[in-house]
Design a protein around this ligand. Sequence first.
Ligand SMILES: [Fe+2]
Ligand SMILES: [Fe+2]
Length: 220
Amino acid sequence: MTTQRMTDDIDVDIDRLLPVELLEFLPCATPRRWIEAALENPALLLIDHAQCEKKAASTAMSLMFRYVDRPELLTKMSQLAREELLHFEQVVGLMQERGVDYSHIQASRYAEGLREHVAREEPDRLIDILIVGAFIEARSCERFARLIPHLDEPLAKFYRSLVRSEGRHFEDYLGLAERYGGKAAVAERVTRFAAHEKALIEGEDAMFRFHSGVPRATSP
Ligand SMILES: [Fe+2]
Ligand SMILES: [Fe+2]
């Protein structure tokens, strides 16, 4: 797992793993320095990954409580929450197999950094929350794909399965945003969030996390 393997050829293969719509949706690729930090911190990667799966389930459930009058949202979010909890169990299982202790760690600034731009008033608020969900899912999917060539086989196999489900979650969030907000309005709001997402991903970050920018330090 050397940085030498991080060639442009690998990047081309990874792009083939990801749906075109997802690659077009994300404003930039994950920086190499983040991938190096992830490989230098396998335990931290798994702990924060577990946290992200748990948070994804909890976000989906909170939408189910807030928007009871949106049947499509209720169905999609219920399915999504169950899948995220299953992912959580799978990550925790992998951590146990690998002797990684689950400790409390501080969340990355990423999700909060996106949510601070969410509209305060409805109906824009719901549309923005769904767009933020689409970014989180799309970025997770892209990061899993970029890590795969550098991982041992059991973890690579797990992350390949996650690329498929997180790609579907990205489509679900974006599909719901377009259903409730209309394609044109969503495209315009996506452009705005894309600029914030790019800054969070390419900017320097105080610490390494699953959704961090380029980490300055790699300690927990
Ligand atoms: Fe997940
Ligand atoms: Fe997901």
